[in-house]
Design a binder for this molecule. Structure first.
Ligand SMILES: [Zn+2]
Length: 147
C-alpha cells in the first residue's frame, strides 16, 4: 500500500460527519442540502480498487454499504437509491449511497450530471443521531466490531 500522504484529504479529515466506524472503514454523512441522507462508506487505508481488497474486506465493505442503503431507505423513503463507486480523485476506495427523488435537482441523471431543475428542497429533517441509532441497529447483527 502507498503510505498515507499528509496531503490526502481522507487521511487527514473524516470527509463528513462520522455516523459509524470500524477499524477498517467508516460511514460519513455528506452535507448536501439537495440530497439529505447522502452517505459515503470510505475504506480507511489506501486501496484503489475493490479487487485490491481481500475477500473478507470486500465482504465487510459491502455489508456496511447495504446497511447504509437499508437505513437511508427506511428513514428517507427515496424514490430510488443510487450506489456509486468512482474514486477517480482519491486513493481510498469508497461507495456513495445517494437517495434520489423524482423531483430532485438532477433526476433522472446522476447527481454529478447537468442540473435538470431548481431543487425542490427535499426537506427531511432526520438528525445524525437518528441515522447513528439506525445504523448501530442494522450492523448489530453482523460480526463487525464498531470502533
Ligand atoms: Zn488517504
Amino acid at each position: 500500500m502507498s503510505p498515507s500522504a499528509p496531503s490526502c484529504e481522507l487521511c487527514s479529515t473524516p470527509g463528513g460527519e462520522v455516523l459509524w466506524q470500524s477499524a477498517r472503514c467508516r460511514v460519513v454523512r455528506v452535507d448536501d442540502a439537495d440530497y439529505p441522507g447522502f452517505c459515503r462508506v470510505i475504506w480507511n487505508r489506501h486501496v484503489r480498487e475493490m479487487t485490491d481488497l481481500a475477500a473478507d474486506e470486500r465482504q465487510e465493505l459491502m455489508v456496511v454499504v447495504f446497511a447504509v442503503e437499508s437505513v437511508v431507505r427506511a428513514l428517507f423513503s427515496p424514490d430510488k437509491i443510487n450506489l456509486a463507486s468512482l474514486g477517480n480523485m482519491t486513493p481510498h476506495v469508497h461507495w456513495h449511497i445517494i437517495p434520489r427523488w423524482q423531483t430532485d435537482k438532477h433526476f433522472p441523471l446522476p447527481i454529478w450530471g447537468m442540473p435538470q431543475r431548481c431543487a425542490k428542497g427535499v426537506s427531511l429533517a432526520i438528525s445524525n443521531q437518528e441515522m447513528i441509532n439506525a445504523l448501530k441497529e442494522a450492523l448489530a447483527t453482523t460480526e463487525m466490531e464498531e470502533k
